[in-house]
Design a protein around this ligand. Structure first.
Ligand SMILES: *Cc1c(COP(=O)(O)O)cnc(C)c1O
Length: 403
């Protein structure tokens, strides 16, 4: 993914700074340290997204857990989640003691307003909206729906840093957003996450919860108050240093992603039957993926076969991928846990075996997401386009051009 492709001198220098300082930790050593990489990483995220507050943590998963905790979502609360996401979203809800309730997605690849509406109950506490594959859900409608039903809106923006809806960063529409910086995201810091919000109180709660409830007032850790119980979701200075350098590269990364995506979209558009993911604001796509549908599942499988034969890499078929779509989540359906989770004690726990998602099933079975690389040369792109043409021509007809 883009960030991993451009790791270089800048990241090395930031990490070296930390090693040379000997202070690898986000907190303490106030009297001897020269720098706080974590705070500067947060400043970069704030500047880029326009968020008033940002708080860096150890991963995208802990970012989701932190949003749930800070927003007061916990034991027994129903949280609406999509069946198409990285499974971490669902795990965070389960570990919070809450109940994941699944709803249908639409052509945005995200939860649909109708899907959400269909599963709302008086016990619905929150919608945990995942902006999948680098772009937006129907955020305006979903926000209006949540507001009208008095349901909290939280955004899992792990995959959506760099994506905007009419100029506003995803992650700032609900109460909180959470970005991931793992290896498969637009920029990386080894492992890390950042939550953003415009609400000072939520920010303070998040800051405290992520560090065992410390109030972070004053410089003597031993004398700090603990207004709440919490956890350790702290990021290390080493990871934050990498994240800082990567954030500075994000504008350039995005430009190249968009150009590379447009190049290959052009190829696909020449074939009859190819349709694309729906973007409520196409210009706000971060272009990490080029996601498209074929008319039938059989044609999709056939095309994947030919793409593989041609050596066109990075073609994600989420339908067979064990992490991203619900029908392969046997561990969830069987409540396969090591220690018991709160949900296992709930007499009314949902039976995840019997859920049906006809709309989502149909979309996911016909969906291919091509990973868009940042560093492709013009020659590599030309060769790839030829390979794609050869594969596509095996399955679909070229559009006839009307003069
Ligand atoms: C990657 C991802 C996460 C988890 O992020 P990590 O940094 O890997 O913990 C959560 N939700 C979604 C939608 C993701 O894609």
């Amino acid at each position: 993914m883009p960030g991993s492709e451009v790791i270089g001198a800048e990241e090395r220098q930031e990490v070296l700074d930390v090693i040379e300082s000997g202070i690898l930790f986000r907190y303490n050593f106030e009297n001897v340290r020269k720098d706080w990489k974590a705070f500067r990483f947060e400043d970069e995220v704030k500047a880029f997204t326009g968020a008033k507050y940002a708080h860096a943590v150890s991963s995208g998963t802990t970012a989701v857990s932190l949003m749930l905790a800070a927003c007061g979502v916990g034991a027994g609360d129903e949280v609406i989640v999509p069946p198409f996401t990285y499974v971490a979203t669902v795990e965070a809800v389960l570990l919070a003691g809450a109940v994941p309730v699944f709803a249908e997605i639409d052509e945005t690849l995200c939860l649909s307003p109708e899907g959400i509406e269909a599963v709302l109950t008086p016990n619905t506490k929150a919608v945990l909206l995942v902006h999948m594959c680098g772009a937006m859900a129907k955020i305006e409608e979903i926000k209006a729906l949540c507001d009208s039903k008095n349901v909290k809106l939280l955004e899992d923006t792990a995959q959506a840093l760099g994506a905007f809806y009419h100029g506003k960063s995803l992650g700032l529409f609900g109460m909180m957003g959470g970005y991931s910086f793992d290896f498969f995201k637009i920029v990386t810091c080894g492992e890390g996450g950042v939550v953003v919000t415009n609400d000072e109180e939520l920010y303070n709660k998040a800051h405290q919860f992520s560090d065992h409830g410390h109030d972070h007032i004053g410089t003597n850790r031993g004398l700090e108050e603990h207004p709440v119980l919490g956890n350790n979701f702290r990021i290390s200075e080493l990871n934050a240093a990498v994240g800082l350098a990567q954030m500075r590269k994000l504008p350039t990364i995005l430009e190249r992603q968009k150009a590379n995506k447009a190049f290959f979209k052009d190829v696909l558009e020449q074939y009859e039957g190819v349709t694309f993911r729906y973007y409520p604001d196409p210009s706000g796509d971060s272009a990490t993926f080029l996601s498209f549908f074929l008319p039938t599942e059989a044609q999709t499988l056939e095309l994947l076969k030919h793409l593989a034969v041609e050596g066109v890499d990075g073609c994600q078929y989420w339908n067979e991928n064990k992490y991203h779509y619900i029908h392969k989540w046997d561990h969830l359906k069987n409540y396969s846990t090591i220690a018991r989770m709160p949900i296992e004690l709930m007499p009314n726990r949902p039976d995840y075996h019997t859920m049906k998602f006809p709309k989502s099933d149909d979309l996911i079975a016909r969906l291919i997401s091509m990973v868009i690389k940042n560093n492709w040369t013009a020659e590599e792109k030309a060769v790839r386009a030829e390979k794609m043409h050869r594969a596509l021509a095996q399955v679909l007809k070229l559009k006839t051009v009307n003069a």
